[in-house]
Design a protein around this ligand. Structure first.
Ligand SMILES: [Fe+2]
Ligand SMILES: [Fe+2]
Length: 163
């Protein structure tokens, strides 16, 4: 698809985040399994379930734009996930690994936050208020996930990793 209009650009970026969410959905179970700290495991698993709902919301946005829900390969998210996998393969100390995985997971959240922020701004500009609510629901979940990860890191994981 060639991008000619701002609506094209919106749809292209929607495909990007749709692809990213699906990759995240594939990567999260492995991270849940590897997480040592109980709260981290629970938080990641909770976000995995939320991500399923996010994919469904994105499918609704595609529908609103009359476009088939299809992802577009996103190298950015693949790079972030590859780094997370590298940590999981290379870090032996489980507490240091938890700290590393939180860092990777927060990189994922920040990527999502920037995408949703942009999409919401563009939807507003395009007068597509119908899409905004769905995108904002996803954005809120990403922000909460990010804040919870910060809390878990600062409350315990970082101290244990450094001990
Ligand atoms: Fe997400
Ligand atoms: Fe997320």
């Amino acid at each position: 698809m060639t991008v000619k209009t701002m609506e094209d650009l919106f749809v292209e970026t929607l495909k990007d985040i749709y692809y990213a969410e699906k990759q995240i959905l594939k990567a999260l179970p492995g991270m849940v399994k590897k997480a040592g700290a109980g709260e981290l495991k629970t938080a990641l698993d909770h976000h995995r379930k939320e991500t399923e709902g996010q994919v469904e919301r994105l499918e609704k946005v595609f529908k609103l734009f009359d476009v088939a829900a299809r992802g577009k390969k996103c190298l950015a998210i693949e790079g972030i996930i590859a780094e997370a996998k590298e940590h999981m393969d290379d870090i032996e100390d489980p507490e240091v690994l938890d700290a590393g995985m939180i860092g990777s997971a927060q990189a994922v959240e920040h990527y999502e936050i920037t995408r949703y922020g942009t999409l919401i701004a563009w939807a507003r500009q395009l007068g597509r208020d119908d899409a905004i609510e769905l995108l904002e629901a996803n954005l809120e979940e990403e922000k909460k996930a990010d804040m919870l990860l910060t809390k878990i890191a600062e409350a315990a994981v970082n101290q244990s990793a450094a001990a």
